[in-house]
Ligand binder design. Sequence first.
Ligand code: SF4
Length: 288
Amino acid sequence: MSEIVEPPKKKYISPSQLGTFENCGEAYRRRYIEKEIIPPGVAALRGGSVHKGAEMNFLQKIESKIDLPRKDIIDKAAAEFDGRMKLEGLFLDPEAAARGKDIVVGEEKDITVRLAGLFADEVAPVYQPITVEEKIRIELPDSPRDILGILDMTAQIIVDPARGTGVVDYKTGKKTKPQSDFDKSSQISLYDLAYRAKNGGKAPDFLQVEQLIDLKKGPKRVTNVTTRSLPDFKATVARVNSMIEGLEKGAFMPTAPGSWNCSARWCGYFSTCRFVNSERKAAAEAQE
Ligand code: SF4
């Protein structure tokens, strides 16, 4: 009897991989080709933990149509914060390391709890989720790779169901991001395309981002509504094609030396990066 051999799964790129590649090809190479995985920084740890609390709430709300108690959402986010830090460690930039790990971890956990509370108070009651953390593959028949998008959520707005079903993404931070960040985001363009791929070409009725921001005067929610049209998709597809071509050829352009992200604060590869000026590297190390 002949054995059935499954064809190998086609490789893919994800919106977050495109984001890393856009920021720095070298950082992408080290993360995804060399598999040098740096522990999450405080921002990623905080954001992922609040996300987990939101995910737990909305997953059960698909059926129950009721939000979980505020305390349960906060507890889930706090437990995720502790668990991930234990499992994956924590990357501290030189400034944070100088302040002391325990102090920074304590502050960030407090922020996680505040933002999970803000989510429970102001974001959770707004939406009736349809899907949560759904993986959608956008097939690119003539390309060596597909795109795999994971949508935070597709949902309806409870007080305004006439707005239809849209895609909702969450962001956490300490500063309010401007509207233009979301209007230009390749990742959001890919979420829109993923939604269309799943729904026979139909566009989402809305695309919006819920920002949960920990300001000095207290936590604040900002909702950014954005849209996409054909020129956005053309630009994003050109970027995806350029990235796939780069991956196939093994071409990984480092970011420009003056870029905001090319620093000990923002890049975990900075201290070992061959594309960084050694004098600058020494100066950064002296600050540690
Ligand atoms: S240090 Fe700069 S060039 Fe090197 S990986 Fe990081 S961002 Fe890229």
